[in-house]
Design a protein around this ligand. Sequence first.
Ligand code: UDP
Length: 252
Amino acid sequence: DVNRVESEMQLIVDGKRLDGRAFDELRPIKIKVGVLKRADGSCYLEMGRNKVVAAVYGPREVHPRHLQDPVQAVVRYRYNMAPFSVEERKRPGPDRRSVEISKVSREAIEAVVMKELFPRSGIDVFVEVLQADAGSRTACLNAASVALVDAGVPMRGMISSVAVAKVDDVLVLDPMKEEDNYGQADIPFAFFIRNDKIESIALLQMDGRVSTDEFKQALEMAKKGAMEIYKMQKEAIKAKYVVEQEEEVDES
Ligand code: UDP
């Protein structure tokens, strides 16, 4: 977080976090699949106070055509914050931060999308942050991954993403705004999960400072959190498609 400040703010009080969570506890997550009619796939996701929407278009023809790749699909990813999503109005349009987040998120998504099946075509992922409260890039990746499944884009696995922070000398999972702003370090992770197992790290960023031992602990904490998120992503997808199938059976 660019707004990180050194401060005396106490973030762990009586062994508890400010919102009462355990150190290794995620914020509440809500996932809804297929919320946008015009997109090929979409997802609305809440992760604590983050509220994001992902829309996927494609595979479809790429314009301008010189951007086409003759051997595989081109994946584009746009992370965008609504002006009203943060405390101090965000100036509309891309800035350095959103360009960076879009780039690393696209690279994470590219690890799972089977691009080789769609030469000359494009897969566009748009993520809009409606409300931000730290970890918005991780919320967006979780939503994007579900929206890609909703769009029927063939994938090798899923992306599940969560950050770990160091606050008051302890590691905490899925930091919220205060922990991100006033903490000692923030480490967003995204994992490539295949066959219900974490296969690799698809995104890893860090600001602040941790020891190598702390980093190893942070990785383990993030992996556990990501597996919990992965289960919820799967449940949300099932909730849409299994119910729809049952409805089809009822009608016939
Ligand atoms: N933030 C903000 N204004 C901005 C960018 C970020 O208020 O222009 C807040 C927002 O709540 C965001 C948090 O700072 O979620 C942390 O931002 P960071 O750059 O660490 O990205 P994130 O944690 O959201 O992925």
